[in-house]
Write a protein that binds this ligand. Structure first.
Ligand code: 3HC
Ligand code: NAI
Length: 696
């Protein structure tokens, strides 16, 4: 018998226990064990079979690590058919998360029971594939076409209660899965309950599948798997037989399995988990954080305080004046009201979080007991250094002192204190209680346990936490500056901002760079440009139309006008007709003759700039691995998950072609388009960025 599946007889029942930690993934050994278990049960006279999982869960799905490798027999679809076809009565008892292939094994069983806390779903589309072991054929037969389409196209996990209501499981029982499963199987045998194969149930009703397909495709912003999954469910309703439906499901599954999007999404799945595992933190204990201070209660400070409160950390927030402190409290209460409205917290929790848990003050003495402080005051070195001087004077020894600066040098900020080893950058993204990314910026003297504390805080706040070294803009903003510049250059040379935004959203970003600038406030970037101007290299091309817009007082959404015009009560904006004249003036002053750009070229330049800067960030050690960059771009900048991140995208396109294009662009502007040495090296060695992720 396989070690992955234990076999035991309890009276008339053959018990198959999965023991493949951590999540009982259905790898080849588990599949072999299940097949052998069913065969043995048939041979040794059992009347029923119970399948359940040891440890924290029933099967959480196929083994994702096997994807892209040659498949090994027995395959999961055949195994599910074999389980369903046995004359014995098969019961699955579920706990933990019965996902993907796991739920498919349960659906191939004849009866299903679950503990109340069990979750289940078919999340395959989030990995770029579709349920490939009969899920698209069996789920609609038990839950109906509409419910199955919703679950399969979103990949949503549902509760046991919802599964019962939808007819996906037969019963909910509290207890250990083995005990409730055995009791249920015994009861079924005593009743003489029939074998009940879902595959033999009538086909589900048809709906307007073309309309669902179109709507799903549109919602996916370029992601294909949910839409293709609709076609598989369609086969359940329309194919000649259950077997023909399974065959169609298989074809569509293989199509997606071979796609780049599957590679991108699986890269995202594993990278999301690998990103906060740093070898340098092995065995380093973080400092205890039981309370937090926040300095500055503007956009970011209020968001950071909200995130901390929602994670159960009491917050002391410091502002400059009583009025500003009251305004900060108002912002935090507004954020928490949103959480209350969405059912994330109860009224009682709201009262507690805005009452006892939150203190706003103007005197830094209120910080004397906090374990960690995040500074989020104006982006100005003088102001930040003054604040850190005060923190040094008021915070207890061992308190972690963090800055949320977007661009400034954390070493210089740390030098304003007598304890630079306690200083770190914690760079949140706006809105900080919503955005999933946290960059942890390590300064020269940051102590290892302070870095570990940054990562522990990120985990507590449920952020995707990425380590960054120090440079202008850290990982994310530095790369963003490069691709935003590329966008401005193509506009200066003849493309329109609206073409660029359209191309970029067509690629899968939620917003293009110009609409994004309007949202963030053009004045913020304008200030950064002014700050950089004195030290700018004379070889750098500088588009001026952006600043011309700001000089006219148009800062984007906050002033009602920027690259777009925003009208009250209307979502999004319409192109600002004044922008074309500003661009034309800029072109004239710089002696540029505008030309046409194809959408493909606009995208290529945008992406090449992103990849090239990302390669520099990795090459310089600012990001430790390519996957760190990929996760920053996915969780902080809206990079489409189905491409896995810019460096995974680059691998999929071919690095040699990207380098060749960068060299060709360099013929026009050799200063901006300097190829990253790491990119050159990888091309010379015939390697990929992903090869640098291995072993991490
Ligand atoms: N295959 C291989 N490894 C898996 C896995 C899977 N299906 N699911 C999780 N793991 C690994 C993780 O990579 C992680 O490994 P690590 O410790 O080395 O980093 C470990 O198991 C624990 O996972 P998490 O850290 O995510 O643990 P959580 O408790 O937070 O979450 C979970 C558990 C909800 C099961 C989550 O891991 C998850 O969502 N897994 C993916 C589930 C899924 O997508 N299943 C469908 C697979 S596709 C399929 O079944 C195709 C079929 O239709 C043919
Ligand atoms: P903001 O202008 O909205 O808020 C700053 C707040 O700090 C104001 O309420 C101000 O009264 C307060 N403040 C100033 N000096 C102070 C002092 N000495 N003591 C106490 N309070 C003081 O600015 P925002 O956007 O919240 O940015 C704050 C920091 O976060 C900046 O460093 C910024 O670069 C960074 N950041 C901003 C992001 C954004 O999208 N807005 C994203 C990530 C980081």
């Amino acid at each position: 018998m396989s070690e992955a599946i234990a076999y035991e007889r309890v009276g008339d029942i053959a018990v198959l226990k999965a023991q493949n930690p951590p999540v009982n993934a259905l790898g080849v050994d588990v599949r072999k064990g299940l097949l052998a278990g069913i065969e043995r049960a048939e041979q040794d006279g059992a009347k029923a079979v119970l399948i359940y999982g040891e440890g924290k869960t029933y099967f959480a799905g196929a083994d994702i690590r096997e994807f892209g490798k040659p498949p090994q027999e027995p395959w999961l679809p055949g195994l599910c058919s074999r389980i369903e076809a046995t004359p014995l009565i098969v019961v699955s008892a579920m706990h933990g998360t019965a996902l993907g292939g796991g739920l498919e094994v349960a659906l191939a069983s004849h009866y299903r029971i679950a503990v109340p806390s069990a979750k289940m779903g078919l999340p395959e589309v989030n990995l770029g594939i579709l349920p490939g072991a009969g899920g698209t054929q069996r789920l609609p037969r038990v839950a109906g076409t509409e419910a199955a389409l919703e679950m399969i196209t979103t990949g949503r996990h549902i509760s046991a209660a919802e599964a019962l209501e939808k007819g996906i499981i037969d019963r909910i029982e509290d207890g250990a899965p083995r005990e409730i499963g055995l009791a249920y199987a015994q009861e079924l045998l005593a009743q003489g309950a029939p074998r009940r194969a879902v595959g033999e149930m009538p086909a589900p009703e048809a709906v307007d599948f073309d309309a669902v397909y179109e709507a799903t495709l549109k919602k996916g912003r370029g992601q294909l798997s949910p839409a293709v999954a609709v076609r598989a469910v369609q086969a359940a309703a329309e194919a000649e037989s259950f077997e023909a439906g399974l065959k169609r499901e298989r074809e569509l599954f293989m199509e997606l399995m071979d796609s780049d999007q599957r590679q991108g999404l699986i890269h995202a799945f594993f990278s999301e988990r690998a990103v906060s595992k740093l070898p340098e933190l092995d065995g380093v204990a973080p400092r205890d954080v039981a309370s937090m201070g926040v300095i500055g209660g503007g956009t970011m400070g209020a968001g950071i305080a909200t995130a901390a409160l929602l994670a159960g950390l009491p917050v002391v927030l410091i502002e400059m004046t009583d009025e500003a402190a009251a305004a900060a409290r108002g912002r935090i209460e507004g954020n928490l009201k949103g959480a209350l409205k969405r059912g994330k917290i109860s009224q009682e929790q709201y009262d507690q979080l805005t009452g006892d848990a939150l203190t706003v003050a103007t005197d830094y003495a209120a910080l004397s007991a906090v374990d960690l402080v995040v500074e989020a005051v104006f982006e100005d070195m003088g102001v930040k250094r003054e604040v850190f001087g005060k923190l040094d004077a008021h915070c207890k020894p061992g308190a972690v002192l963090a800055t949320n600066t977007s661009y400034l040098d954390v070493d210089e900020i740390a030098a304003a204190t007598s304890r630079p080893q306690d200083v770190i950058g914690l760079h949140f993204f706006s809105p900080a209680h919503v955005m999933k990314l946290l960059e942890v910026v390590v300064a020269e003297k940051t102590a290892p346990e302070v870095l570990a504390t940054g990562f522990a805080l990120g985990k507590r706040l449920k952020k995707v936490t990425v380590r960054s070294g120090i440079c202008d803009g850290f990982i994310g903003n530095r790369i963003m500056n490069a691709y935003r510049k590329a966008a401005e250059y193509v506009v200066l040379d003849g493309a329109s901002p609206y073409q660029v935004d359209k191309v970029v959203t067509g690629f899968g970003f939620p917003m293009g760079p110009f609409a994004m600038g309007d949202l963030a406030g053009l004045d913020i970037n304008w200030a950064a440009r002014k700050r950089r101007a004195p030290t700018r290299d004379p070889r750098e091309r500088v588009p001026r139309f952006y600043e011309m817009l700001c000089e006219g007082g148009d800062f984007g959404q906050k002033t009602g006008k920027g690259f777009y015009v925003y009208e009250e009560g209307r979502r999004g904006g319409v192109p600002n007709p004044e922008v074309a004249a500003l661009i034309a003036k800029d072109q004239e002053q710089q002696g540029v003759s505008p030309r046409e750009f194809s959408d493909a070229e606009v995208l290529r330049r945008y992406m090449c700039a992103m990849v090239n800067e990302a390669a520099k960030v990795v090459g310089e050690g600012i990001a430790r691995r390519p996957l760190d960059v990929d996760m920053v771009m996915l969780f902080g900048y809206g990079f489409p998950r189905f491409w896995g991140g810019p460096l995974k995208w680059a691998d999929l396109q071919g690095l040699d072609g990207i380098l060749a294009d960068i060299r060709a662009y360099a013929a026009e502007d050799g200063f901006f388009w300097q190829p990253a040495p790491l990119l050159e090296q990888l091309v010379a060695e015939g390697r990929t960025f992903d090869s640098l992720n291995k072993g991490s």
